[in-house]
Ligand binder design. Structure first.
Ligand code: DGY
Length: 428
């Protein structure tokens, strides 16, 4: 049988549209923001040019206020193939004051800022081509404006950290961490919209109709307010979102240096943000970071994988690193004991569900990030084992979107873009 490497490359080939890569032909037939960043990280090993183009296509859809939308719609895909479709978001009309582009249709919310990290890694794959094409010179101002948007408009808690205003922004849509803040949101009536995701996935693997009602309500309210920030009912400071911003600030420092600047302000910002993250979201009793419900003014007492992702950061205090590794390998996440990949939610949590999207299943992007974190902090044996687990499971599951953390059975869709891309990255 063909190797994991060959099959991963086939997935990326099949999902390539000419300017970008879809996460999945059926379930997600457009360009998604954080998917594209992870996909570019793998694609750089097959074609540095395609990886640069992937990020350039996304950056071309940036809004005037700096936000990078979470979906860039492909106009040739039928409207009913995905919900919420462009006629729900109405970006160019409803987002006019926020500077939404008129040339392309997008959503109005964002996703985790992995892009500067991706751009730097893509550059490293072929610095000669990158310099010849002016890849970083053109990307840097856009990436810097993206971070300015987040830090300037999304510090809703006033502590220097960024808030997400919708569960789709953080990317772990139905994580039990959102249950409490979402319970305050009145759901949109079920008859007011039609889900398209259930045409492709088993309902047990997907969020519920009640979740969707709340997602729709929050998105519609944001749209009806012209995508202006600061007013919504849902505002959460999330450890993974902020950690990825910090990792991307570190990458921006490198990018600035490559372009002949000092990069000092990016490095200083990364340090400040790391201190704020620790001060605001670290929970010594849980042995990990917790989300903070900004509207209620309190931490959310649930262990989601998001609270482990700051392991990725170089500037984390040593004792926190040691505690995070213990939590990752202890009974709540089971790595190296009961699980080979990292579950998305506490194995012992009341809301744990081995199949339902982000309420337990293991996803490949979070395991890839934690593999990097383990390696960075000198945990070589654990990093090697996690790498083997990712590669084996990615291949054996047909590059599943996510898997049961105990049995590694495929859930959601297969032929999933970032699963293939991140497996490829670990093979290099
Ligand atoms: C979906 O449609 O399930 C996505 O996660 C939202 O971006």
């Amino acid at each position: 049988p063909p190797s994991v490497q060959v099959r991963a490359a086939q997935v990326l080939e099949a999902n390539w549209t000419g300017r970008s890569t879809v996460p999945s032909r059926g379930l997600y037939p457009h360009q998604w923001s954080w998917d594209s960043a992870f996909i570019a990280i793998g694609l750089r090993h097959l074609s540095p040019l395609r990886a640069q183009t992937e990020l350039e296509t996304l950056l071309a859809a940036q809004w005037g206020d700096g936000r990078i939308p979470h979906i860039v719609f492909n106009p040739s895909v039928p409207l009913d193939a995905y919900f919420p479709s462009p006629d729900f978001w109405r970006s160019s009309a409803a987002g006019r004051a926020a500077g939404a582009p008129g040339t392309v249709q997008t959503s109005g919310i964002v996703q985790p800022p992995v892009h500067a990290l991706a751009a730097w890694l893509v550059h490293l794959a072929d610095p000669g081509l990158s310099r010849a094409r002016g890849f970083l010179r053109r990307a840097h101002p856009r990436l810097a404006a993206w971070h300015r948007y987040l830090l300037g408009r999304r510090d809703l808690g006033g502590a220097g950290l960024v808030s997400v205003v919708h569960p789709w922004e953080q990317g772990m849509d139905n994580s039990p961490c959102w249950d409490r803040p979402l319970s305050r949101v009145a759901p949109a009536p079920a008859r007011s919209f039609r889900r398209a995701d259930l045409d492709h996935g088993t309902p047990e693997d997907r969020p519920t109709d009640l979740d969707y009602g709340r997602y729709v309500r929050l998105a519609a309210d944001y749209r009806d307010g012209g995508y202006a920030d600061g007013r919504g009912e849902f505002a959460v400071e999330d450890p993974a979102f902020n950690a990825l911003l910090i990792a991307s600030e570190h990458a921006l420092a490198r990018i600035a240096q490559e372009l002949g600047a000092s990069g000092r302000e990016h490095a200083a910002r990364a340090e400040r943000l790391t201190a704020a993250l620790v001060q605001r979201l670290w929970d010594p009793a849980a042995g990990m970071f917790l989300c903070r419900d900004v509207r209620a003014g309190e931490p959310i007492p649930e262990r989601g994988v998001s609270g482990l992702i700051p392991l990725l950061l170089p500037g984390l205090p040593r004792d926190l690193v040691a505690t995070l590794v213990r939590t990752l390998c202890g009974p709540h996440f089971g790595l190296g004991g009961t699980t080979r990949l990292v579950p998305s939610y506490d194995l012992l949590g009341a809301a744990f569900d081995a199949h339902r999207y982000w309420r337990g299943p293991a996803w490949f992007n979070t395991s890839w990030l934690l593999e990097r974190g383990l390696r960075l902090h000198g945990e070589r044996g654990r990093a090697d084992a996690l790498r083997r687990g990712i590669l084996h499971t990615a291949g054996a599951s047909g590059f599943a979107e996510y898997v049961d953390p105990y049995t590694a059975r495929a859930c959601g869709t297969t032929g999933f873009g970032w699963t293939a891309a991140l497996a490829l990255d670990l093979l290099h």
